[in-house]
Design a protein around this ligand. Structure first.
Ligand code: PLP
Length: 393
């Protein structure tokens, strides 16, 4: 690093969340705090509680918590389930493992379907487990839509079909923390009972808000759940939410930001947002393939549109490579988590990015590979440019 205290230009935050917050959202949040029980607040509260629904493609309530995504994981489970309930979960990677560990800690009995951290959840295995559960001990199936630690997506419609084929009454819960507003998602159409989301990824907000979108079936299950809950209780939210308020002090300025994000996503159009992410993920994979590096996700039909996880050649440290990129180019790339620590790095291409953000990112990766002496073929950046120019927006 140069001997200076100032780093010119902007930091490239290309981890798969938190993502870059657009200036427009930062400005929307730079406001005096208002009385969260006063009349002005209700306008904001109503707008975000209603305005978030088209993003989940849901018609039922969406509960908003002042918490990171982990809080919404816990809320989904303790509002609907009771201690000792079995939950079927799929080991797609680090985040699925964390959700399962959380379930254990709050007294549930997770049944974990082993995975290789290179693919999405297998609907056929879920169906088989459910068929074998004749006494319906399994109360919920929980899957991560976009496994952020591996860049593999689970087909949620297939999981729904598996539950239906097994004629099993389990609830379906889905973590969309790194896919909502980046990869197409349909809470109602896919028959999801609780969708868990967070603010700091596709929604382009700072960390600090998380969400539960909820079906009628989940609301019904909540009536018989006997898990201890207070802060996370959906039913405590219902009365105040109906008038645009919250039962405790909400994260007022993050809600200003959310209001702006809802407007921005509507202006661009969700389908355009999804197409942009898909196009940038394809350009990224072309660069990775040209470099001759391996993509962690094994199956093409499961490739994530919000991030790409890249395997390091044998004998090379991913963390050293990321350190070199940070020191030389002021760019943060995602680390390998859990089982794949130091074996992979992750390129985040979700949120508020355009073609040149992506090209700057890929150029930083290619230069970093050279500086860290990681064997690779040059011209990855060129492959991505060729793709973006032939598939112009
Ligand atoms: C980021 C992420 C989380 C963790 O959320 P926090 O906001 O850090 O609590 C959980 N699941 C997935 C899929 C994520 O990408």
């Amino acid at each position: 690093m140069k001997n200076t205290t100032r780093t010119p230009g902007r930091h490239f935050l290309q981890i798969p969340g938190p993502t870059n917050v657009p200036d427009r959202i930062l400005r929307a949040m730079a406001q005096p705090i208002i009385d969260h029980r006063g009349p002005d607040f209700a306008t904001l509260g109503r707008k975000v509680l209603e305005g978030i629904k088209p993003i989940f493609k849901c018609s039922g309530p969406v509960y908003i918590f002042p918490a990171s995504g982990t809080g919404a994981w816990e809320a989904a489970l303790i509002n609907t389930l009771s201690p000792g309930d079995h939950v079927l979960m799929a080991e797609t990677g680090h985040f699925a493992t964390l959700w399962r560990n959380l379930a254990l800690k709050i007294g549930l009995e997770p049944v974990f379907i082993d995975g290789d951290w290179r693919s999405g959840a297998d609907a056929a295995q879920i169906e088989e487990r459910l068929r074998n559960d004749k006494s319906h001990e399994i109360k919920a199936v929980c899957v991560v839509h976009n496994e952020t630690s591996t860049g593999a997506v689970t087909n949620i419609a297939n999981v729904r079909a598996a539950i239906d084929a097994a004629r099993h009454p389990a609830l379906l819960m889905v973590d969309t923390i790194s896919s909502l507003a980046s990869i197409d998602y349909a809470h109602d159409d896919w028959g999801v009972d609780v969708t868990v989301a967070g603010s700091q990824k596709g929604l382009m907000l700072p960390p600090g808000l998380s969400f539960n979108a909820v079906s009628d079936k989940a609301l019904k299950a909540a009536k018989t759940s006997i898990s201890y809950k207070s802060y996370w209780s959906w039913s405590e939210m219902d009365g105040p939410n109906a008038k645009g308020y919250f039962p405790y002090t909400p994260a007022t300025n993050l809600l200003y930001g959310l209001s702006e994000a809802i407007d921005m996503l509507a202006e661009e159009g969700l389908d355009n947002v999804f197409a942009r992410h898909k196009r940038h993920s394809e350009a990224t994979r072309r660069a990775v393939n040209t470099w001759g590096l391996e993509i962690l996700c094994r199956n093409q039909h499961e490739y994530s549109h919000s991030l790409t996880a890249v395997m390091m050649p044998e004998g090379h440290s991913a963390d050293n490579f990321r350190r070199v990129v940070l020191e030389h180019f002021d760019m943060s790339l995602g680390s390998g988590l859990g089982k794949v620590a130091d074996r992979i790095f992750r390129i985040g291409h979700l949120g508020d990015i355009n073609d040149l953000t992506l090209m700057g990112t890929l150029a930083g990766v290619e230069m970093g590979l050279s500086l860290a002496n990681v064997p690779h073929n040059p011209n990855g950046v060129k492959s991505a440019m060729d793709f973006l120019t032939t598939q112009a927006d």
